[in-house]
Design a binder for this molecule. Structure first.
Ligand code: NAD
Ligand code: UDP
Length: 358
């Protein structure tokens, strides 16, 4: 298969196997860190549809899986590298989508110091791509897109959240390694941009769901669907009135590609505020967790119970993106409603959990 061990790809710099001659580079070479994960693997699928793209994935499989990329392994335009992005890696590419990062509270709370470092040092490892010999060898710097997060707004005091809002983040709480890590990552992106002229793109991703989400990663949509399929109670974390807006993964991938291909650095919010929903539909884009549980129950398992369980500190009470900027600058807005997206995710979870539809 196309996988390479990390030792073989570390310094001294060597041309990647995909590049046959530096004078013959008709294709766009795109690196996706975290490409074996949920959003990353869908991004790979979309980018591989374009025959002009060569795609390289770097992932250490901490939360991702080779299974998500099964159909591309051995494809001549695809390469998979097992590697931890906290270590330098030298590759010649035109674009970098930087997604590698444990995104679920279960995982980042497990070792917050290391995971704060992943986000903080990722641009140190970015040095591997962007300074020294590689720059000279390439004559052009790769563009880097950071997948930041709505968590940079913390527990927001402004609703919905526009990009101009600086946020309300507890710097010393249990979620801070994620929130502050992403804030520092944004700072580093803009400092690289100002100091070294690196072309950057910053996406602030709001809650995204869809097939291939890690089944037991603790996020709310994956938890509720897995619980409904296992006939277990849906665990609404108290108080249950906290809100989130959920974006289907294909819409998110479309937004990320438009951001990379467009002319605006961002930061740009990508998420689903539900503005396309007709007024006659009771459903909007922003749901309380209780409403989400009721929707999953209605669509997937009407017999399942809904229980309230303890929450963790600093849980944002409300969240909904203002996507005016994405609409105006990228011509982007989400198309898939929650009631359309949930059954697609259910289908994937049924297959993976081995629970056929009755
Ligand atoms: P995911 O956990 O499915 O994917 C992350 C991928 O990064 C995994 O494949 C994992 O193995 C890999 N990874 C983690 N640490 C690594 C390391 N040190 N070296 C190499 N690979 C590493 O998560 P996702 O939901 O696909 O999120 C992708 C990105 O989008 C993340 O940066 C996340 O912070 C951001 N984001 C996601 C959401 C969401 O709702 N899914 C919301 C906001 C931001
Ligand atoms: N949540 C919940 N039940 C669960 C998991 C999460 O009610 O089994 C709640 C959680 O308290 C939060 C919301 O769902 O208010 C979204 O949590 P998630 O971890 O999915 O995303 P984030 O907090 O990063 O928005």
């Amino acid at each position: 298969n196309g996988e390479k061990q990390s030792a073989a790809t570390k310094a001294p710099p060597a041309p990647s196997p995909l590049r046959t001659s530096k004078f013959c580079q008709p294709n766009m070479r795109i690196l996706i860190t975290g490409g074996a994960g949920f959003i990353g693997s869908h991004l790979v699928d979309r980018l591989m549809e374009n025959e002009k793209n060569e795609v390289i994935v770097v992932d250490n499989y901490f939360t991702g899986s080779k299974d998500n990329l099964r159909k591309w392994i051995s494809h001549p335009r695809f390469e998979l590298i097992r590697h931890d992005v906290t270590e330098p890696l030298l590759v010649e590419v035109d674009q970098i989508y930087h997604l590698a990062c444990p995104a679920s509270p279960i995982f980042y709370k497990h070792n917050p110091v290391k995971f704060l470092c992943i986000r903080f040092f990722k641009f140190e490892s970015g040095n591997g791509y962007i300074d020294g010999q590689i720059i000279e060898a390439q004559n052009a710097l790769p563009m880097i897109l950071l997948t930041s997060t709505s968590e940079v707004y913390g527990d927001p005091l402004i609703h919905p959240q526009p990009e101009t809002y600086w946020g309300n983040v507890n710097p010393i709480g249990v979620r801070s390694c994620y929130d502050e890590g992403k804030r520092v990552a944004e700072t580093l992106m803009f400092d690289y941009h100002r100091q070294h002229g690196i072309e950057i793109r910053v996406a602030r991703i709001f809650n995204t769901y869809g097939p291939r989400m890690n089944i037991d990663d603790g996020r709310v949509v994956s938890n509720f669907i897995a619980q409904a399929l296992r006939d277990e109670p849906l665990t609404v974390q108290a108080p249950g009135t906290q809100t989130r807006s959920f974006c289907y993964v294909s819409d998110m991938v479309d937004g990320l590609i438009r951001l990379m291909e467009g002319e605006h650095t961002g930061p740009i919010n990508l998420g689903n505020p539900g503005e396309f929903v007709e007024p006659s539909t009771p459903q909007t884009g922003e749901f309380t967790m209780l409403e989400l549980a009721e929707t999953v129950k209605e669509l997937i398992n009407p017999d399942v119970k809904i229980v309230t369980v303890e929450n963790t500190p600093d849980d944002p009470r409300q969240r909904k993106p203002d996507i005016t900027k994405a609409k105006e600058l990228l011509g982007w807005e989400p198309k898939i409603k929650l009631r359309e997206g949930l059954p697609l995710m259910e289908e994937d979870f049924r297959l993976r959990l081995g629970v056929p539809k009755k």
